[in-house]
Ligand binder design. Structure first.
Ligand SMILES: Cc1cc2nc3c(=O)[nH]c(=O)nc-3n(C[C@H](O)[C@H](O)[C@H](O)COP(=O)(O)O)c2cc1C
Length: 382
């Protein structure tokens, strides 16, 4: 008997702004600290990103990429989008992703106070001189307490915004279809959004309408520079790499103000990260509302949900119940760069193993997987 598999709803065509996606599955942004010391992406990184596109992901979001040669860089061996060398190397990657029929969006990241490796400046900078919670991340080469950041001056803020703008222009020149501003997980933009790291008494601090100002300024300034058609998304989260349990104190009220400001500034889409947690754990707001559903309702923009979306039943439910338009997959994509093809063919997924985070292991895996590639249909029948 023929093995007929009903298409999963995530395999339907998706759209963000003017971009048409082969399906609703995106690779979530994932830092891999595997660029050259000067931030130039490598040939192995091109193979790594191409593998997701060849595996059928409709949208490939890159790892967080630093935006200036001032305070933006977060880790050693993080890629940048600042120099001509960076642009030329990323161009190879966008070419490979496009050749496989996928859309490429670069995540623009300013680490702010959560920087643990920046050759450009000594010291770190954030909205206020507040010691970050937790400790530096060993998986990205850090150890011990975070340094105390300097409170950013208005000139520092202007420099950071200018870095986002020139990086977005560089990304477009490198062939990217869009950029995603990293406003999630505790980095600079999230530090401004968060009351306990932002103690400023100017118009960037105080009520949530002020704390979202930097995010909105960055989106607005990029939009003004790149014009109406280029995709400018933003990623937000309640939890942070150094404070997983954080939730927006004003719940849905804060969320509405934040989402409205970003839509007004010209964002193309909203992406809600679920840092290290399942979607529903971080998405639920009071009164049965989800943060992603609320973002859709307030902005009318496409919304990407994240957190355990490699679970196909959960993924189907989130789409069917109207909580999101697209889904991003992190750990499940590392373990299964061909996840969309597997979903289509009904092939079970490989389990995620954290040892894959060793950059050399991932790249070696990618190469050996390619060598051992067996047509998925054949495997499904085995
Ligand atoms: C190795 C690794 C690196 C990550 N780096 C980033 C990053 O650069 N930018 C970002 O927004 N999120 C980053 N994340 C978070 C993921 O994008 C995603 O939100 C998280 O893994 C939850 O999704 P999942 O359940 O599908 O794994 C990273 C996660 C992992 C596992």
């Amino acid at each position: 008997m023929d093995n007929v598999v009903a298409p999963h709803p995530a395999l339907r065509e998706g759209r963000i702004g003017g971009l048409v996606l082969a399906n609703r599955l995106a690779v979530s942004p994932m830092t891999r600290v595997s660029a050259e010391p000067d931030g130039t992406p490598t040939a192995e990184m091109a193979d790594y990103y191409a593998e997701f596109a060849e595996g059928g992901f409709g949208l490939v979001l890159t790892e967080g990429t630093y935006t200036d040669a001032a305070y933006a860089q977060g880790y050693h061996n993080q890629p940048g989008i600042v120099t001509r060398r960076h642009v030329e190397a990323w161009r190879e990657i966008t070419g490979r992703v496009h050749a496989a029929g996928s859309v490429a969006v670069l995540q623009l990241m300013h680490a702010g106070a959560l920087s643990q490796g920046n050759p450009h400046r000594s010291g770190t900078a954030g909205p206020s001189a507040v010691p970050p919670r937790g400790e530096m991340m060993p998986e990205y080469g850090g150890s011990g307490p975070w340094p105390l950041p300097a409170a950013m001056t208005r000139a520092d803020i202007a420099e950071a915004v200018a870095g986002f703008v020139s990086s977005a222009e560089n990304a477009r020149e490198a062939g990217f279809d869009g950029v995603e501003v990293h406003g999630a997980n505790g980095y600079l933009i999230d530090q401004f959004l968060t009351g306990y790291t932002n103690l400023r008494d100017d118009f960037y601090g105080g009520p949530v309408g002020n704390r979202v100002r930097l995010a909105a300024e960055v989106v607005g300034a990029i939009r003004a520079a790149v014009g109406p058609d280029f995709c400018v998304g933003i990623r937000l989260s309640q939890g942070k790499v150094n404070d997983h349990g954080h939730r927006w104190p004003g719940g849905a009220h804060d969320a509405e103000i934040i989402f409205a400001a970003l839509a007004e500034a010209g964002a193309t889409y909203i992406h809600i990260a679920s840092e290290g947690r399942d979607w529903i754990e971080t998405a639920r707001l009071d009164g049965g509302v989800t943060i992603t559903g609320l973002a859709r309702r307030v902005t009318g923009l496409p919304v990407i949900a994240n957190g355990g979306m490699h679970d196909s039943a959960r993924a189907a439910q989130v789409l069917a119940d109207g909580h999101a338009d697209l889904l991003s997959v992190g750990r499940g994509a590392l373990a299964n760069p061909d996840l969309p093809r597997r979903l289509r063919a009904g092939v079970p997924l490989e389990e995620y193993d954290h040892r894959i985070l060793d950059p050399m292991a991932t790249l070696a895996n990618a190469r050996s997987r390619r060598r051992a590639a067996t047509p998925l249909g054949a495997r499904a029948g085995a």
